[in-house]
Design a binder for this molecule. Structure first.
Ligand code: NI
Length: 258
């Protein structure tokens, strides 16, 4: 049993499955994927996403405004309502991305701050996207994050200094299919150093398809490839990696130890 800790289920094309979305979920289950966390990126996609996943008790959800494309906080009260849904186990994805977008840095920072406060208030962990914004991300985490609630730096691609700083703040680190890419040797060295009890794996599907399926749509079932790759880097079996990351997920998001 492997858990996909970050996927965008409402963004997947399911037309190649005879019965569409249920077929995609069944394919993931057949590959040993036991749970998924479907990530919301704006207030508009939340309701349709929830309708899609509502009958699956092993699929969890988040509520958040992605830093790329965030234009205002006018709708934040809507997000606050959405975040209280019992299926919502996390706040985000939120964070800072100065690599892809610099023209909305002010609003990215305000939104990130608002998510951190909401996370603290609802005691739901925060899911963070950070790219080329380490200093500002860490400053906001240090001043506003609730370390007892914690969260995850998802799709981690930064250096060891950033990983270490986030670990010291009590955060988990999630590794995506990027770790399998040819040019990801620096990331692979970072992964080797991340403690097993703070590690998660994810697909970020439909994006970031791991090798050898580059060029195709990513799907939750491919988290198995990510987990296998990370297990090899850590020198442990896939079963051990799967068990530990599933335990980490349960402790962080579900507050259980099973
Ligand atoms: Ni994502």
């Amino acid at each position: 049993m492997i858990i996909d800790s970050h996927c965008h289920l409402d963004k997947l094309d399911t037309s190649h499955y005879e019965d569409g979305f249920p077929g995609l979920i069944a394919a993931a289950q057949a590959d040993g994927i036991s749970q998924m966390l479907s990530i919301s990126v704006d207030t508009e996609n939340f309701e349709p996403m929830m309708r899609q996943i509502e009958t699956y008790d092993f699929i969890h959800a988040s509520a958040g405004l992605h830093p790329l494309g965030v234009k205002s906080l006018d709708n934040f009260s809507v997000l606050e309502q959405q975040a209280q849904h019992p299926k919502v186990v996390a706040i985000g994805e939120t964070g800072l991305d100065y690599f892809y977008q610099k023209d909305n840095i002010d609003i990215q920072q305000q939104a990130f701050l608002a998510h951190l406060k909401l996370s603290k208030h609802l005691k739901k962990p925060v899911i963070i996207h950070t790219r080329d914004a380490n200093e500002d991300t860490l400053a906001l985490l240090r001043s506003e994050a609730d370390q007892s609630v914690g969260g995850v730096i998802h799709c981690f691609t930064e250096d060891w200094a950033m990983a270490e700083a986030c670990l010291n703040l009590g955060f988990h680190i999630s590794i995506s299919g990027i770790v399998t890419f040819n040019n990801a040797s620096a990331l692979r060295e970072v992964v080797k150093k991340i403690p097993m009890d703070r590690l998660l794996v994810e697909t970020d599907s439909p994006y970031l398809t791991p090798v050898p399926y580059r060029g195709q749509q990513n799907e939750p079932k491919h988290v198995r490839l990510v987990a296998q790759y990370v297990a090899d880097l850590k020198g442990v079996s896939l079963a051990e990696l799967a068990e530990q990351t599933s335990k980490n997920f349960s402790q962080l998001f579900l507050k259980t130890f099973s």
